[in-house]
Structures are given as structure tokens and as C-alpha cells.
Design a protein around this ligand. Sequence first.
Ligand code: F3S
Length: 62
Amino acid sequence: MKAIVDKETCIGCGLCPSIAPDVFEMGDDGKAHVITSTVPAGSEDAAKESEASCPVNAIKVQ
Ligand code: F3S
């Protein structure tokens, strides 16, 4: 499973790192970044939840 954040779309709401801290972190630019492009096995549900919860649909998990 891979996670991608569209930095053009992210508004820096901070939700995804709070839901899936092993997958996403906030960068110095105020946008979310993926920590590792391959989602760790134990974080797949959290990654999916982040994708569904992002207010601007900036996250793709597949
Ligand atoms: Fe950005 Fe969406 Fe995460 S707005 S901080 S990618 S929940």
C-alpha cells in the first residue's frame, strides 16, 4: 500500500499526522508529507482513514 499527498492541494490542516503519525508528518512548509511511501503494515487502516478524512481530498492511498 502506497500513500501520496498532493502538496498543491493540502491546506495543512494537520489531521492526517494526528490520525496516522507513522505515515504522515507536517513539513517545514506547513504541508503534510509522507514519511515512507510504502505504508507500514500496522498503519494501513489509519492511512485509509486519513484519506477519507482529509477535508480537501489531498491524500491518495492505494
Ligand atoms: Fe493536508 Fe489533508 Fe493532511 S489538508 S495536512 S493532507 S489531512
